[in-house]
Ligand binder design. Structure first.
Ligand SMILES: [Zn+2]
Ligand SMILES: [Zn+2]
Length: 71
């Protein structure tokens, strides 16, 4: 299966609900990154931009430098 952008796969459930519906299986999820991993094992997708990495620490440093997130 070809990689797709995380924003293309997960659409907002409703305007008042932070949960998102997966376009691939129809499931409504709260943690899109965890669910992305279900369909694309070995891929770590940034939830803020289309970047996808194969390592979780690479994604973490990406989020720190690009988005200023400190989990
Ligand atoms: Zn799914
Ligand atoms: Zn990003």
């Amino acid at each position: 299966m070809k990689n797709r952008r995380i924003s293309q796969i997960f659409v907002r459930h409703s305007s008042t609900d932070e949960r998102r519906r997966c376009a691939l299986c129809g499931k409504v999820v709260t943690n899109v990154r965890n669910h992305y991993y279900v369909h694309f094992p070995g891929k770590y997708a940034c939830t803020k931009c289309p970047a996808v990495y194969t390592r979780s620490d690479t994604l973490l440093s990406h989020q720190r430098t690009k988005h200023g997130q400190y989990p």
